[in-house]
Design a protein around this ligand. Structure first.
Ligand code: HPA
Ligand code: ZN
Length: 341
């Protein structure tokens, strides 16, 4: 045990009170089994589970695709503006309880429009909850539209077209879903268009895909952040570049464990990333499916890697530095971390 804390409980208490931002959260991945059941009933949607316990038992994955199959099925209960609001409000309440001061939320519109749900229904429901959290609790947010990379670039272009009337509510675009076989290069043109629209850019890369995908995200998509990025560590020159550029990595420890990106949290690369000078952050990805919100992720990886107070403070600082907040807002949050630590 690091000398910084008397016990694991002492470290957990420090984590709980640490001001933090969450930068990698798929709102559809925060759909808890209980809400899934409630929405299925409210909307008269059939789901292939008899109880919330049965749903949880189905959450055993051996890779990303295993998870994605269940994730796309789960989001089928989301039908109305109120559903998207309730989903988002539930996540924001959990985040606030974890000391989260700012969130940058992903959503997957193609997972909904393909089912006949209007883009407007999705965005309106999510942003109504985001607005309420901001005005009622001072919890700030950004919204990031993710393109599903297993679909075509033409379909991503059509989704960006649908987003045009809502660009006052959308801060960036990202790239998620099945990584291997769908490299960033496939989306070079739509990302260029998003960049010209003034949107921030992120992409999942190096979760299951090779370091070359991380390089493509940097060189072809010109991303502002890399989501996951774990496999960057296989390429020393890439690590040096990411460190030199101060590129933020949005790392998701419990996701990595559940999707078998790592066999054991004791083998998680987070500490190696920090020691290599990488701007790593800790995030929950799809907390309902992977067994924990942001504090659970900090705690599990801190225990497994015996993270010090300086490590935890660096992770929290990176979460604001790597956010899309203004410099003044970043400075305010960094000062709050320093005051706390
Ligand atoms: N990886 C890729 N796509 C996703 C994920 C993820 O962790 N979560 C939701 N969509
Ligand atoms: Zn993700």
């Amino acid at each position: 045990m690091t000398k910084d804390f008397a016990s694991a409980a002492d470290r957990a208490a420090f984590i709980a009170g640490l001001p933090k931002a969450e930068l990698h959260l798929h709102i559809e991945g925060s759909l808890e089994p209980d809400l899934m059941f409630a929405l299925a009933q409210r909307n008269g949607v059939a789901i292939p589970f008899a109880s919330a316990e049965e749903v949880r038992a189905a959450y055993a994955f051996s890779n990303l695709q295993d998870f994605l199959d269940i994730y796309y099925q789960g989001m089928g209960v989301l039908q109305t503006e109120r559903d998207f609001h309730d989903l988002t409000a539930a996540y924001l309440a959990r985040a606030r309880a974890d000391g989260v001061r700012h969130v940058e939320i992903f959503f997957d519109p193609q997972g909904h429009t393909a089912r006949g749900i209007a883009f407007e229904t999705v965005v309106t429901g999510i942003t109504r909850a985001l607005d309420a959290a901001r005005t009622e609790h001072g919890l700030t947010s950004k919204l990031i539209l993710c393109f599903l990379r297993h679909l075509s670039e033409a379909e991503a272009e059509a989704t960006l077209d649908e987003a045009l009337p809502f660009l006052d509510r959308i801060d960036g675009v990202g790239l998620d879903s099945s990584e291997v076989g769908h490299p960033p290069s496939k989306f070079e043109r739509v990302f260029a268009r998003a960049r010209n629209l003034g949107l921030k850019l992120v992409a999942h890369a190096g979760e299951e895909g090779p370091p070359a995908y991380v390089r493509e995200a940097l060189d072809l998509l010109h991303v502002d952040r890399i989501d996951h990025g774990n496999r960057s560590l296989e390429d020393d020159a890439l690590v040096a570049r990411l460190a030199g550029e101060g590129m933020t990595l949005t790392v998701c420890p419990l996701s990595n464990l559940k999707l078998c990106v790592v066999d054991d949290l004791a083998a998680h690369p987070l500490k190696t990333m920090l020691d290599a000078g990488l701007a790593a952050t800790v995030n929950s990805d799809d907390p309902s499916y992977f067994g924990g919100y942001v504090n659970a992720n900090y705690q599990a990886v801190a225990d497994a890697l015996d993270l010090s107070k300086a490590d935890l403070v660096a992770l929290a600082r990176n979460s604001f530095t790597g956010s899309f907040l203004s410099d003044a807002d970043k400075a305010m949050h960094l000062a709050a971390i320093d005051a706390y630590a």
